[in-house]
Design a protein around this ligand. Structure first.
Ligand SMILES: [Zn+2]
Ligand SMILES: [Zn+2]
Ligand SMILES: [Zn+2]
Length: 156
């Protein structure tokens, strides 16, 4: 098998253990950001015996080589996703269902450069994600609210 060494991204397979492969395979199938715990649970359901600690470590090492994208949540939890594009991008994430759109940074890119420069910093990276509720979830919430209101009115 020919080895490609010209890839711009480091390949995942340096220490390609069975567990690591299981995590990588699962990530490539998931569309949404998932926590280490969710990934671990999903692997268990598939009978891939990978310990939670290994899942954490694998995800961290994948993030270090930029093989996965990471979202740092306010709760302190990190969520992981294998994105479709290798190009620099940002995320628009539904906080209800986790649906994720890959988006362009737009004015953020220039802003980050300008801010770093004006403070005499050499820019090494930036992080900006957008969170919201997607159309489907918003419609679902509206229905649930209407039902709750109806129930409340009926109970009184
Ligand atoms: Zn991404
Ligand atoms: Zn949603
Ligand atoms: Zn950006």
């Amino acid at each position: 098998m020919p080895l490609s060494v010209s890839s711009s991204k480091p390949k995942v397979g340096v220490r390609n253990t069975r567990q690591r492969t299981a995590v990588v395979d699962l990530l490539s199938e998931l569309d949404n950001f998932a926590s280490a715990k969710e990934i671990h649970r999903e692997l268990e359901e598939r009978d891939a015996r990978v310990g939670l600690t290994t899942v954490y470590r694998t995800l961290q090492s994948l993030a270090e080589i930029d093989a996965v994208d990471v979202l740092h949540m306010a709760s302190g939890e990190s969520l992981y996703r294998a994105c479709h594009t290798d190009d620099h991008h940002h995320h628009l994430v539904c906080t209800e269902c986790g649906r994720t759109e890959e988006i362009d940074g737009g004015p953020v890119e220039k802003w980050a450069k300008d801010v770093a420069k004006s403070h005499g910093f050499r820019l090494t990276g930036h992080d900006a994600e957008i969170f919201g509720v997607c159309q489907d979830c918003a419609a679902h919430q509206a229905r649930a609210e209407a039902q709750a209101k109806n129930r409340g009115a009926a109970a009184k």
